[in-house]
Design a protein around this ligand. Structure first.
Ligand SMILES: *Cc1c(COP(=O)(O)O)cnc(C)c1O
Length: 391
């Protein structure tokens, strides 16, 4: 089956639900058993990996529906919901790390994941070394005997470096380390991590899977070898997500392929237009042939989403504020992946440690939504007029 078809059919079971197309929302804490034998049988089934409802926190047909669909789409073995993308990143790391372990973390990682390493994992005696996202096979020099996890995120948060995941995974596996990837940018559709050496793939479902800026959601998918560890880690720390949110995520997933194609097309049109502007220093978008990560992107990805950055030529802050303030269609706000366009200023020089980021040319991140690109370009163009009037 092709992806567009999988998105429609995966994780659904109308035959179990009176023919109703979407999976029902099961609100559950207590689950009643008809007898001691029933109770024992269901727990036995669950321990053998079968679908058995035992208690709300351990999953229901509602959560399984989303988990199955995402695992199937990504080409993984099974998937587990978490209450947010950050909880998914933290939960994956926590499941595979113990005191005395060493973690290799990309320097371009999503900021709050970095904070989890620096402010939580360090308290448990787990040491993090940040590495240059472009390191590739050179990561072998940073591997130690106690390196247990190599964490990747491609493209990098805010700065969009494409990592050579197969090369990194090859080195990590030879050293016995688990390879994790935050695959949120590409969604389960545009990057297939499990045939590139990733063991554990993480999504902020909050972004494109939900797709409507109204739900927090996380998912972790693993290959067969790493499933038990991940699931145990999630269960032992009480991870789950609310059924209404899970329902909205599986509903959003059904249109992911059409949305993402449009986000990609719109983003490329806007990026192209920005490239011709005098105010713009450079564009950070791996699907542009001029981007340093383009060849790796072309080799490994099936598409590009609607999130990219550009850098302005050096300018006074009030001129940048004049550009950002009063945009009509680009809301200023965190997160992304909904149907609407967003803009945010970011300064990676504030938190990088393994690599240096020069903030002379300020970085603006755009999420390109599903609006007509003529309107988006007109909005940005008016912003540049305001910028130029203050330069
Ligand atoms: C947003 C994001 C997260 C965190 O997701 P939340 O649902 O906001 O907690 C993690 N990783 C990446 C790459 C993200 O963009």
């Amino acid at each position: 089956m092709k992806d567009e078809t999988k998105i429609v059919v995966a994780g659904r079971s109308p035959e179990d639900n009176f023919g109703i197309v979407n999976v029902p929302v099961y609100h559950a804490s207590t689950v009643l058993y008809s007898s001691l034998a029933d109770l024992e049988q269901r727990h036995k089934d669950r321990s053998e990996g079968k679908k058995a409802v035992t208690y709300g926190r351990m999953g229901t047909p509602t959560t399984w529906s989303l988990e199955e669909a995402v695992a199937e789409l990504e080409g993984g073995y099974r998937s587990q919901v978490f209450p947010s993308g950050l909880a998914a990143c933290a939960g994956a790391l926590q499941a595979f790390l113990k005191t005395g372990d060493h973690l290799l973390m990309t320097d371009s990682v999503y900021g709050p994941t970095r904070a989890f390493c620096d402010k939580v994992l360090n308290r448990f005696g787990i040491e993090t070394t940040y590495y240059d996202p472009l390191i590739g096979a050179g990561i072998s020099e940073l591997i130690r005997p106690n390196t247990a996890v190599v964490f990747t995120e491609s493209p990098g948060s805010q700065t969009f470096e494409i990592q050579d995941i197969p090369a990194i995974a090859d080195v990590a596996h030879k050293a016995g380390a688990v390879v994790m990837m935050d695959n949120t940018w590409a969604s389960p559709l545009f990057y297939k991590p499990f045939n590139k050496g990733v063991d554990v793939s993480i999504h902020a479902g909050t972004k494109y899977i939900v797709g409507h800026s109204d739900v927090m959601m996380g998912l972790v998918t693993t290959n067969k070898e790493h499933w038990e560890t991940l699931q145990a880690g999630a269960n032992l720390t009480g991870q789950t997500a609310g059924p209404d949110d899970v329902y909205l995520a599986q509903r959003g997933l059904r249109t992911l392929s059409v949305r993402l194609k449009q986000h990609m097309e719109n983003a490329l049109i806007v990026a192209d237009w920005l490239q011709g502007r005098d105010e713009v220093h450079s564009i950070l978008h791996p699907a542009l042939p001029t981007d340093p990560g383009h060849s790796l992107w072309k080799r490994d990805f099936e598409g590009a989403s609607g999130l990219f950055s550009f850098r302005l030529n050096a300018l006074p802050k009030p001129a940048m504020a004049a550009f950002l303030d009063n945009l009509e269609l680009f809301g200023m706000g965190y997160s992304w992946g909904g149907y609407e366009s967003l803009v945010i200023y970011a300064d990676p020089s504030q938190y990088r440690t393994a690599t240096k980021w020069d903030n002379t040319n300020p970085l603006i991140r755009l999420h390109i939504g599903l609006e007509n690109t003529d309107d988006l370009i007109a909005d940005l163009s008016a912003g540049f007029d305001r910028l130029n009037s203050l330069k």
